[in-house]
Ligand binder design. Structure first.
Ligand SMILES: [Zn+2]
Ligand SMILES: [Zn+2]
Length: 139
C-alpha cells in the first residue's frame, strides 16, 4: 500500500522530535529529506510541539537542578527559596530565614546584629543598655 511509507516517515519525524526536543525543524528536515516547513506542518497535524527547546539541555534551575527555560530558576517557589538565607538571631540564638537582600541591606546600613523579631531586637538592646547603665553606676 502506498499509504504505509508516509505514515512510517511521519512516525519517524514525530519520534525524532520527541527524542530530541532541542533539534530544530530544519535539522529534522535534513535527516528526513524534506523542508523544515514541511516538518512543521506534519508535527502540527499530529499536535506535536514544533518549537525546539533550545535551552532545555543547558539551563537548569540553580536550586533543584530541574531543566528550565527560565533564566535561573524553574519556579517562583525555587526563586524565593534561593533568595533566602539562614541567619542566627543574636538575642535568642534561633535559626531563622530572611531574604538575602534584606540581610545585605542591614549589613550595608551598619547593623552589627541580626534579630529574628522586633521583640528580640528591643530585648537585646534593653539588656545591653541596662548592662551599660549598670556598668556606669558601678564606677
Ligand atoms: Zn527549581
Ligand atoms: Zn530572636
Amino acid at each position: 500500500m502506498p499509504v504505509t511509507a508516509p505514515s512510517t516517515r511521519t512516525q519517524y519525524i514525530i519520534s525524532l522530535r520527541e527524542r530530541n526536543p532541542c533539534m530544530t525543524l530544519a535539522r529534522i528536515g535534513d535527516i528526513v529529506g524534506v523542508s523544515g516547513e514541511r516538518i512543521r506542518q506534519i508535527l502540527k497535524t499530529h499536535n506535536v510541539e514544533t518549537k525546539a527547546i533550545y535551552r532545555q539541555s543547558r539551563v537548569t534551575c540553580e536550586l533543584c537542578g530541574t531543566p528550565t527555560s527560565n533564566r535561573h530558576f524553574c519556579s517562583r517557589a525555587c526563586q524565593s527559596k534561593a533568595s533566602r538565607v539562614q541567619a542566627v538571631c543574636d538575642c535568642c540564638g534561633k535559626l531563622f530565614e530572611m531574604r538575602k537582600s534584606q540581610l545585605l541591606g542591614r549589613t550595608k546600613a551598619g547593623y552589627k546584629h541580626i534579630f529574628c523579631s522586633q521583640s528580640c531586637r528591643s530585648k537585646y538592646f534593653w539588656q545591653h543598655v541596662k548592662a551599660a547603665l549598670e556598668a556606669t553606676e558601678m564606677r
